[in-house]
Design a protein around this ligand. Structure first.
Ligand SMILES: [Zn+2]
Length: 306
């Protein structure tokens, strides 16, 4: 028995049962009238089909979710969500294609839908109560319109904020000037927070906006100082080591247009990691709860091809 032996990964009816438990903890809810009374199972209907007595609408738990209108069986969707949530560095569409035995297009469509589900949307500021938030930036990939050169001008810049003992938030940014970074940092970090960075000049004004700002002097070989053991950015560097290995090894063909989605995927796994008490199954359930209200915005013609 492995974790992938669970019936909801193999049987469509069991998959519907599993998703219903996750999304309807109080019982089925009609998507048309919001009612919960006199909802019956449609005898002989397709897996998971229900009928609302008062408004007569037939529906399944996938209505209004990223799984709606997909020809892929729900148990395969659950496998895909589980694999993406439990693979520390992510899973490529090619890998998913081979594991699920679906076409590349279908696998690509699935991985993007799942990323949509786990994108967090607008969140309250992180930090506060004198918590510590580490901030750093990294460069990945290759811009299509800038030739390869020394330095980072031809790469995509990513800014990451990590609360020590907490979550991560990353942003695909135009550049790493103070004017690129400060508005994002101020909008996403509570003022009652200590900030840790390296000595980069773009962070020089942070002390004015937060409780304090400390930085290591990498230029002088300082990563953690004996006198100031709290002052380091090892947490955000740890996040980047997984992120960069994943982007290089798994998602090497990520285009600029989709970069923010990949970044959100790494944030999601980090922010819901085992150290914070979230195991693979719990993380999968969190992702599934994110599918609601994120129905596909892709054009129908495109969807019909999948
Ligand atoms: Zn109804």
């Amino acid at each position: 028995m492995s974790n992938l032996s669970a019936p909801y990964f193999h049987d469509e009816a069991a998959a519907f049962g599993f998703l219903e438990e996750a999304l309807w903890p109080q019982g089925p809810v009609c998507p048309r009238c919001g009612g919960m009374d006199r909802i019956t199972t449609v005898k002989g209907g397709r897996a998971g089909l229900r009928r609302c007595g008062p408004c007569k609408r037939q529906f399944t738990v996938t209505v209004g979710t990223v799984f709606e209108s997909s020809h892929v069986k729900l148990n395969l969707w659950l496998q895909a969500v589980y694999l993406m949530c439990s693979s520390k560095k992510g899973i490529s569409s090619h890998q998913l294609m081979r594991v699920l035995d679906v076409t590349y297009k279908t696998a690509w469509f699935m991985t993007h839908r799942i990323r949509e589900a786990i994108a967090s949307g607008t969140l309250p500021p992180m930090g506060g109560n004198a918590a510590i938030v580490e901030i750093d930036e990294t460069f990945i990939g290759q811009k299509t319109d800038v030739p390869k050169q020394r330095g980072y001008a031809h790469k995509h810049a990513v800014l990451t904020l990590v609360e020590r003992g907490g979550s991560a938030r990353s942003f695909h940014v135009d550049g790493t000037k103070a004017s690129d970074l400060l508005p994002i940092i101020k909008a996403n970090v509570h003022p009652d927070t200590y900030i840790m960075t390296d000595e980069a000049g773009q962070y020089a004004s942070l002390a004015k906006h937060f409780m304090g700002h400390e930085f290591t002097r990498h230029g002088q070989g300082e990563y953690v100082s004996k006198e100031r053991p709290d002052v380091h950015s090892n947490t955000v560097e740890g996040f980047y080591s997984v992120f960069k290995r994943g982007m290089k090894g798994v998602y090497q063909h990520c285009s600029e247009k989709h970069l923010h989605r990949y970044v959100a995927e790494f944030d999601f796994r980090y922010s819901n990691r085992v150290k914070l008490g979230v195991d693979d199954k719990a993380r999968t359930l969190m992702a599934l709860r994110g599918i609601v209200g994120k129905r596909l915005t892709y054009r129908h013609s495109q969807r019909a091809e999948m």
